[in-house]
Design a protein around this ligand. Structure first.
Ligand code: NAD
Length: 418
C-alpha cells in the first residue's frame, strides 16, 4: 500500500520537479514505532499482538491520524496511511502533520474486556510518543468512540486530565457533536461540489456504496436524506441492491438488530464485489484499500468515484478510470471531513468550550467546499487529475511551512513556494 501512496506522491513531485533528495525527505516518516502487546484472554490464555504508530510529518503541526484494529495492520499500512494524513490535513489546511497506527487484532473475535486490556496496554506502551501537542489518535476501521474513551482514560492516569489526547470520543466524554458522522458528511459535500459543475444535485444521481460502517452508513443516510438514490450497498457479509432506491433508515434499523446488511428484506441479495461494478452514477468505496484494481476497473459503471476509504483505488486502476473519463475524487480530499471535525474536537477540548452542532457542520461545510474548489481549480489550471492536484496543493503547503519554519526557503525549489 505504501508503494501506491508513494507513486501518487511522485506524480505530484514530478509536476513540481522535486529532486530525489527532497522526495526522500518528504516521504520518510519521522518516527516508526512497533510494540509488542501481551495480554490475557478471558479464559486465562496469553494473547499476543503487535501495535504500530507511524509518525510521518510535523511541519504543519502536531501529528494526527486514526487507529485501525485489523488483522492486516502492519508497518506498511501504518506508514502509507500516516503519509496520506500529512497530505490530507494540508489539503484541507488544518494545522496538523500526519500519523497512523493500530493493532493487528480482529475485534470480532475478542470480548470487550479483552479489547479493553489490549487497548490500554497499547496506550501504556506508546504513551510517551502521543499527547495533545505531539500526536493525537482518532477512530479508524474497527475503532470507535468507546475505544477513544478508554485511550483518554488510560493516558490521563499518567498525565492528568487530557481529553485532547484523542478525538472521536463519545459526546458524553468531551467528544464533539457531529464528529461521528463527519467523514460521511464531508463525502456528501465533496460529491455535491462535483455535481454542481453541471448544475446537478444529489437528487439527480444513483449511488453504490462499498462498506457500511461509520463512513459508508453516514454517507448513505445523508445522501439519501437529500434525495440521492442508494441502489447498492455492501459490507463484509455481502451485498444488497434495489434500483428503486434502498430505504436507508430501514436498513440502519436492520443493521441495529442484525449487525450486517445481508438478509435485509427491502433489497435483492448480491455478491459483495458486484457493488463496485453496479450500474450507478456514483461509486463510493468506504471499506478498505485496494477495492478498485486493474481486475475490476474496466467494469466500473459509475461516472465518478468518491474515495471515502483511504487508498481504495490502486494506481493501475486509477489510470484505467482516468482513461475511461471516470472522475476520481481522491481520499485525501473526499474523506477529510473526519479529521476536520477531529480538529474542531481538539480545539474545543483545549479551550474547554463546546460548539453547537450547527457551528460544527457549518465550519465543516465551509472547509470541504473551499478545499474541493482549491483542488479543482489547481487541476483545471495545470491539466491535472484531481488526485495529482490534491497532492500538489498539499506538498506546496508543507513546503511553504518548512521554508518559513526551518528557514529552508533558499534550499527549496521555486515550484514549491510560489
Ligand atoms: P468501520 O470499521 O466503521 O467500517 C468498515 C466497513 O467496511 C464495515 O461495514 C465492514 O463490514 C466493511 N468491509 C470490510 N471489508 C469489506 C469488504 N471486503 N467488502 C465490503 N465491505 C467491507 O470503518 P470506517 O471508520 O467506516 O472506515 C472505512 C474507511 O474509511 C477506511 O478506509 C478508513 O480508513 C476510512 N476513513 C475513516 C474515517 C473515520 O472517521 N472513521 C475518516 C477518514 C477515512
Amino acid at each position: 500500500m505504501l508503494e501506491a501512496t508513494n507513486l501518487f506522491f511522485n506524480r505530484a513531485a514530478d509536476h513540481l520537479e522535486l529532486s530525489d533528495k527532497l522526495r526522500t525527505v518528504l516521504q520518510t516518516p519521522r518516527r516508526v514505532v512497533r510494540v509488542e502487546i501481551v495480554t490475557e484472554s478471558d479464559e486465562g490464555e496469553i494473547l499476543h499482538h503487535l501495535g504500530y504508530r507511524v509518525q510521518h510529518n510535523t511541519i504543519r503541526g502536531p501529528m494526527k491520524g486514526g487507529l485501525r484494529f485489523h488483522p492486516s495492520m502492519d508497518e506498511d499500512h501504518a506508514a502509507s496511511l500516516a503519509s496520506l494524513m500529512t497530505w490530507k490535513t494540508a489539503v484541507v489546511d488544518i494545522p496538523y502533520g500526519g500519523a497512523k497506527g493500530g493493532i493487528n487484532c480482529d475485534p470480532s473475535k475478542l470480548s470487550k474486556a479483552e479489547l479493553h486490556r489490549i487497548t490500554t496496554t497499547f496506550v501504556e506502551l506508546i504513551r510517551e510518543i502521543i499527547g495533545p501537542t505531539i500526536d493525537i489518535p482518532a477512530p479508524d476501521v474497527n475503532t470507535n468512540g468507546e475505544i477513544m474513551a478508554w485511550i483518554m482514560d488510560e493516558y490521563s492516569k499518567y498525565y492528568g486530565f487530557s481529553p485532547a489526547v484523542v478525538t472521536g470520543k463519545p459526546v458524553d466524554l468531551f467528544g464533539s457533536l457531529g464528529r461521528e458522522e463527519a467523514t460521511g458528511r464531508g463525502v456528501m459535500y465533496a460529491l455535491e461540489e462535483y455535481l454542481k459543475q453541471d448544475e446537478r444535485t444529489l437528487a439527480d444521481v444513483s449511488v453504490a456504496i462499498q462498506g457500511f460502517g461509520n463512513v459508508g452508513s453516514h454517507a448513505a443516510r445523508l445522501i439519501a436524506e437529500r434525495g440521492g438514490r442508494i441502489v447498492a450497498v455492501s459490507d463484509i457479509s455481502g451485498g444488497i441492491a434495489n434500483d428503486k432506491g434502498i430505504d436507508v433508515p430501514a436498513l440502519l434499523t436492520w443493521i441495529g438488530e442484525n449487525q450486517v446488511v445481508q438478509g435485509f428484506p427491502g433489497a435483492d441479495q448480491i455478491d459483495g464485489a458486484e457493488v463496485l461494478t453496479y450500474k450507478a452514477d456514483v461509486l463510493i468505496p468506504a471499506a478498505l484499500e485496494d477495492a478498485i484494481t486493474a481486475d475490476n476497473a474496466e467494469q466500473v459503471q459509475a461516472e465518478v468515484v468518491v474515495e471515502a476509504a483511504n487508498g481504495p483505488t490502486t494506481p493501475d486502476a486509477h489510470d484505467i478510470l482516468h482513461r475511461r473519463d471516470i472522475t476520481v475524487i481522491p481520499d485525501i480530499l473526499a474523506n477529510a471531513g473526519g479529521v476536520t471535525v477531529s480538529y474542531f474536537e481538539w480545539s474545543q477540548n483545549i479551550q474547554q468550550f463546546r460548539w453547537e452542532l450547527e457551528r460544527v457542520n457549518q465550519e465543516l461545510e465551509r472547509i470541504m467546499r473551499r478545499s474541493y474548489a482549491d483542488v479543482a481549480l489547481l487541476a483545471k489550471n495545470n491539466g491535472l487529475d484531481l488526485r495529482t492536484a490534491a497532492f500538489v496543493l498539499a506538498i506546496k503547503r508543507v513546503g511553504k511551512a518548512a521554508a518559513a519554519r526551518k528557514s529552508l526557503g533558499h534550499l527549496l525549489p521555486k515550484s514549491l513556494l510560489d
